[in-house]
Design a binder for this molecule. Sequence first.
Ligand SMILES: CC(C)(COP(=O)(O)OP(=O)(O)OC[C@H]1O[C@@H](n2cnc3c(N)ncnc32)[C@H](O)[C@@H]1OP(=O)(O)O)[C@@H](O)C(=O)NCCC(=O)NCCS
Length: 189
Amino acid sequence: MTPALRAAPRPRLQPATPAHAAVLAALHAVCFRDQPWHRPWRPDEMADVLALPGVRGWLALAPDPPPADGDTEATDMDTPVGLLLVQAVGFDADILTLGVLPGGWRRHGLARALVQEGEKTLDVAGVERVHLEVAERNIAAQTFYARLGYSQVGRRPRYYHDENGVSQDAITMCRSLSQSHPAANEPRP
Ligand SMILES: CC(C)(COP(=O)(O)OP(=O)(O)OC[C@H]1O[C@@H](n2cnc3c(N)ncnc32)[C@H](O)[C@@H]1OP(=O)(O)O)[C@@H](O)C(=O)NCCC(=O)NCCS
């Protein structure tokens, strides 16, 4: 086997629909279980979000079981291990949620693949800027987004609250998409 094939599991990305609401809710709950300021979304809430105008979602599917270090040959690729939901409104879009399962699936490029797939779709749709909020204590996610070209643009004081009422700020981040997209060069309405 070549080193390239051992480097990381190759995710298969699948557009998510309201029919995936239960899977998405289960993924969301596990991805954010160590972040009590993120309340889990029930399947019906997830379905409602997916039905909102401009919302798109993706699932990352990868080999089961998780690859051990140095043993990442792709096999059956049918286990949902990550999710991304975005919402586009005009030239702007928001990342509503992003998560990859803990327990061996992280640091294999799955979130990067999800975000890049989302950005590609948004770019084609004419979106120019992608925004997000991330908890100030969530250094891992801030590092991840910075690595993908997102910059801090602001702060929302006491935006998140856990079940004990402890609050923390949200860091707002933004990235401009391709300036070469035709919509970026057209006169604004
Ligand atoms: C943040 C999260 C989505 C990253 O998922 P992932 O699949 O592990 O990320 P990737 O493997 O695509 O990481 C790409 C790059 O981001 C950076 N990165 C990712 N996780 C990081 C971490 N924990 N610490 C530091 N840098 C990190 C690295 O530069 C990484 O590249 P490298 O592994 O080659 O060094 C994942 O940790 C997660 O689900 N966290 C809980 C939910 C969450 O916080 N979501 C985001 C807030 S909405």
